[in-house]
Design a protein around this ligand. Structure first.
Ligand SMILES: Cc1ncc(COP(=O)(O)O)c(C=O)c1O
Length: 426
């Protein structure tokens, strides 16, 4: 909840803006932020998986400053401009050849809206399949495909028609009998069954999935299941949209999380880490798909903003030049190993999971049920040591640990010390 502070009187900001920490922030650098009283905090939230290059990376700051002095609003329907082109070149250079055109937009939800609209136009089909537990944003279409928490959708009905949901393979809590290694087959059978019970495949424009579920609990899908979804799309002429808004930009130890599964989506969405905190997102697809979008049939005033796209180009250059994807893989392994050591001593941690620096620890009650109280107590205990963390999952049963990708070994080890003390205290 919003608290009274010197700078932000609570009665000016609606309570819909929750506040997870008591910090009134003054500045940030790398993995740290400083509050207005000069205290340093370790930011293991990355502002919800955004500051992958660290807070205020000097090269990103310089690109923003330089561009702001030249032109800020170079409206993309009116002007071509250098930062937009550079951002598109840098972004497509990180992607497979079939993801070769970029539509820049402003937020994650807006990119999801764009991807869904593009799939409908490109296929001439009406329906969308999404996965239970996913989060795709808060605009009307994005809410409709979101089922991470009822409160995101509740009291906003009616939502979009012709959207269907299948279960996402949250294998740690699989409801299916049999070996956990085979749970993905049962999950996949439920997806396929939609075509027998609910919607005909040739009515489906797209299957939309998060490459790794973010808000819904940091859930990594089995590779075989992802490949089966890809094949299912191919069999029925359905476009596969992979939402890389939280999992992309090096976060998982590969540039894009879909690389872990040996698949390529037809349409990809990116945001969050894309502009190091500038409000910018992207829909990426093959030229043949993008060409189905007639001029004027989609757009927006601010998309492709010059300052935002200058930040995108600089962010991608920093990730490349500083080897941040490899660092995410290495530091992620160190983090995961340390968390598993803590788990071995504290059975209140039921699962440690993730890829690269997209890592979470799920807390369990004695009988194995959800334990959001323990997760929250650990977050509060870390906060008392000026370390910021966020929960995730429908029940806030997990803590996500997502420092900037610039984090070093000493900072990971410091964090593990704080986290161990916090877990021991609950
Ligand atoms: C996977 C995913 N998609 C979409 C969104 C929506 O992004 P935004 O909040 O920028 O609209 C988010 C935000 O958390 C996300 O994690």
């Amino acid at each position: 909840m919003v608290q009274e502070t010197r700078l932000v009187p609570a009665d000016l900001i609606p309570r819909v803006v929750g506040r997870y920490s008591p910090v009134t922030v003054d500045r940030g650098e790398g993995i740290y932020v400083w509050d207005v009283d000069g205290n340093r905090w370790a930011d293991f939230t990355s502002g919800i998986a955004v500051t992958n290059t660290g807070h205020c990376h000097p090269r990103v700051v310089e690109a923003i400053r330089e561009q702001a002095g030249r032109i800020i609003h170079a409206q993309q329907n009116i002007f071509a401009h250098e930062p937009l082109m550079r951002a598109a070149v840098e972004l497509t250079a990180t992607l497979p050849p079939s993801l070769n055109q970029v539509f820049f937009t402003n937020s994650g939800a807006e990119a999801v809206e764009g991807a869904l609209k593009l799939a409908k136009v490109a296929t001439g089909r009406p329906a969308i399949i999404a996965f239970r537990g996913a989060f795709h944003g808060r605009t009307h279409a994005a809410m409709t495909v979101t089922t991470s928490r009822a409160k995101v959708r509740g009291h906003y009905e009616p939502l979009l028609p012709s959207v269907y949901h299948a279960p996402y393979p949250y294998v740690f809590r699989s409801p299916y009998a049999g070996r956990p290694e085979d749970a993905d087959l049962a999950y996949f059978a439920e997806l396929e069954q939609l075509f027998d019970t609910t919607v005909l495949p040739d009515d489906v424009a797209a299957i939309l999935m998060e490459s790794v579920v973010g808000e819904g609990g940091y859930i990594v899908p089995p590779s075989r299941w992802v490949r089966m979804v890809r094949e299912l799309c191919d069999r029925h002429g359905i476009l596969l949209i992979m939402d890389e808004i939280q999992s992309g930009m090096g976060r998982t130890g590969k540039m894009w999380a879909f690389e872990h599964f040996d698949v390529v989506p037809d349409i990809m969405t990116a945001a969050k880490g894309l502009g190091s905190g500038m409000p910018v997102s992207a829909v990426v697809a093959d030229r043949a798909v993008m060409d189905r979008w007639a001029p004027g049939s989609h757009g927006g005033t601010y998309g492709g903003n010059a300052v935002a796209t200058a930040a995108v180009a600089a962010t991608l250059a920093v990730i490349r030049d500083e080897g941040l994807v490899d660092n995410a893989a290495r530091m992620g392994q160190r983090l995961m190993d340390g968390l598993r050591d803590i788990q071995a001593d504290h059975p209140v941690i039921g699962d440690v999971r993730g890829l690269g620096l997209m890592v979470a620890a799920e807390f369990v009650a004695a009988e194995g049920g959800y334990n959001p109280a323990a997760a929250n107590a650990v977050i509060q205990a870390c906060m008392a040591e000026r370390t910021l963390l966020l929960s995730c999952g429908t029940y806030d049963q997990a803590i996500r640990i997502i420092p900037p990708l610039t984090v070093d070994a000493a900072q990971i080890d410091d964090f593990l010390g704080v986290f161990r003390r916090a877990v021991a205290s609950v």
